[in-house]
Design a binder for this molecule. Sequence first.
Ligand code: HEM
Length: 504
Amino acid sequence: MYTVGLQSAADAFLLSSLTVQVVLALFILFALLVFGHGSSKDDLSAHAPVYLPGSHLLAIAPFFRRRFDFLNEGFRKTGEKLFQFNMLRETVIVVSGESARKAFFANRAFDLTEGFKVLSGAIPMVKGVTSELHTRRIALIHKRLVSLQKNDHLRQLIVPILEDCHRVMDTWGSSGTFDPFEKIYELVFQTTVRSLASQEIADDPALVARLKSLYDILDHGTTPTTVLLPWLPFPSMLRKLLATKEVYDIISRAIDIRLKSGKPQDDTLQMLVDAQDERLVIVGFIMGLLVAGARATGTTASWLITFLGNNLEWKDKAICEIEGLMSTYCLEAAPRASLSSNLASVPLEAWEAETPVLDALIHETLRIAQPHTAMRRNLGPDTVIDTKTIPSGAYIVYPFSDVHLNPELYPDPWKFDPNRKEANTPFGYVGWGGGKTICLGQRLARMELKLITSMMLLRFRYSIVDAKGAQPDLLPRPNWNDILLCRPDKDIYYLAYDKTEVSL
Ligand code: HEM
């Protein structure tokens, strides 16, 4: 399936000496900077969005490295609500404001997959693996995701997710400190693998750790060159290709084992195998949704737990709510039952409909700590936003900060305040997307977030401390330039914890 030639080229390149790699990479980069700058024929028509001054290759590198600053600078420098820049031969138009938001989320010709594929570049296009994931297959993957979140299947996941939390939290010991953006993310990765892949993979901690490190390569290896020039053999691109291949192999092996064993299991892989989907759909489902799911859920869980660390009022409210659920639904629980089995007695319906406090916490966390920039491609025809032409084929990006950090819509926007009401304006809150693009994994993500937060709050007393172990002077503030975890920029924070008595 995988292109053998590409594989050996990648291997050879990665094994060659660092000097050769660096010289080759520098040579290519030099050639590109000198000869390969983007099309500069600025469209001067009054209907074209204004050009960002100096939009050559080097100037747009911060789009990948410090996106929040780059986009804000663009609005500041141009003084406009829409502006454009070139990415090599492609036109990218950044939009903001109420009417742009409405047009962005409603226009059926604005395609998410095309926009994301080119501008994000987390998973490289590998012939026979990711390149074949066309619209038809993506639609089938989405259909399977809907089946995965039907009541029966979601209900089945509650116990294994709680058991994963129990097992991983055991490894933390009875007290200590850790970086929430590492450990909570690790835990979410485990529960997401549990939810989306197979029991065999999820039960093997070494394999889950390996998968996580491969996804880290895919995420962190996204550089301007891997996105703009994916065909260039830069070390980062080759590492990404090898990582993609290894993820593919791990999932493919799990499929083979399941098919050969003939023993059905209660997991997502079984659902996909039973549906008799082709291998590419099964691999695409697990591989692609792990990217979509683990990062977003991991970032949200890390921040939610961090925000609660020093917010006693909301921490108490959440603990009260969870204890209330347990006392309603665990009437027959054995006195020495574990926390995870007590939480497992709370039915799915109650997790979904009787948790206003957890819902408010998730809602506010997504407003303030989800540094998403939505990306689309206009599949045509040309269209108009705010009197400016958006040509067919152009890429359009909409930063969520335009609405979620807008002080006119959310006063004192950096303040974590779960009491806030949603801004009363079209698409005033897009935490789970908007219009024709709503998160398709929302039900699963919300359930994971609630189960993990509940385990954390009831199992540990914890607070957020600074590098010296003291109460921090300033509370952690999400850094939107870190598009993966939104992790604070300069200050380092830790979570200091010790076990409670209910932590069996
Ligand atoms: C807290 C966790 C999550 C958050 C905050 C989140 C948020 C979002 C948002 C904002 C979008 C729209 C993106 C855009 O308009 O550019 C989206 C789309 C999507 N999400 Fe999530 N997501 C989460 C978890 C998940 C999980 C766990 C899965 C899968 C298992 C998933 C699957 C998807 C898919 C497939 C789409 C694309 C929908 C489409 O093409 O119409 N998400 N998500």
